[in-house]
Ligand binder design. Structure first.
Ligand code: ADP
Length: 154
């Protein structure tokens, strides 16, 4: 029998950008199901509340039953276990991302044996980050080109 291959895609997604969307779309070729894990950290100053980030993504992906969206406040490996996921999906833009992702992947493998699957960003999104989008909004700039078509935070 075919076993469902599930990955979680954890992140702050504050906001979810076209860079995140591209990684998610490409990973749908690798996994049967992807659970987007919106990390909620009360001590971290965020642009949008956890609830708002979750709702916006649920609406965006409502038509795709291979994509689920859940919030979590505990360890990523425990979130993965709750969803029977054996893989963590992450994206890498730069050497700086690489170093961070390497330590996170090693930690998570030690904790639970879970493997991290890294996809390299497409060059057109290598500059793009959630913090850049928040900064552009702060200065009144149009960020539509950087957000997935149809994504709305309200
Ligand atoms: P975190 O706070 O956990 O780093 P983010 O929401 O910033 O969460 O990012 C989630 C994942 O998406 C991370 O692996 C990050 O490196 C990746 N990512 C963020 N922006 C991009 C992008 N433009 N292209 C590819 N991957 C990206």
């Amino acid at each position: 029998m075919h076993k469902m291959k599930t990955a979680i895609f954890p992140g702050s997604f504050d906001p979810f950008t076209k860079g995140h969307e591209a990684i998610l779309r490409r990973a749908l070729n690798l996994f049967d199901r992807i659970v987007i894990g919106v990390g909620i950290n009360e001590s971290k100053q965020t642009g949008w509340s956890g609830e708002t980030r979750i709702e916006a993504l649920r609406k965006l992906f409502a038509a795709d039953d291979r994509i689920l969206v859940e919030g979590y406040t505990d360890l990523t490996v425990d979130f993965a276990a709750r969803h029977q996921a054996r893989f963590i999906l992450r994206g890498v833009r730069t050497i700086k991302d690489y170093e961070y992702e390497l330590t996170m992947a090693d930690t998570n493998r030690r904790l639970s044996g879970i493997d991290t699957v890294i996809l390299f960003t497409e060059p057109q999104w290598a500059f793009l980050s959630s913090s850049l989008v928040r900064e552009l909004i702060h200065f009144g700039k149009d960020v539509k080109p950087y957000l997935p078509e149809g994504l709305k935070y309200e």
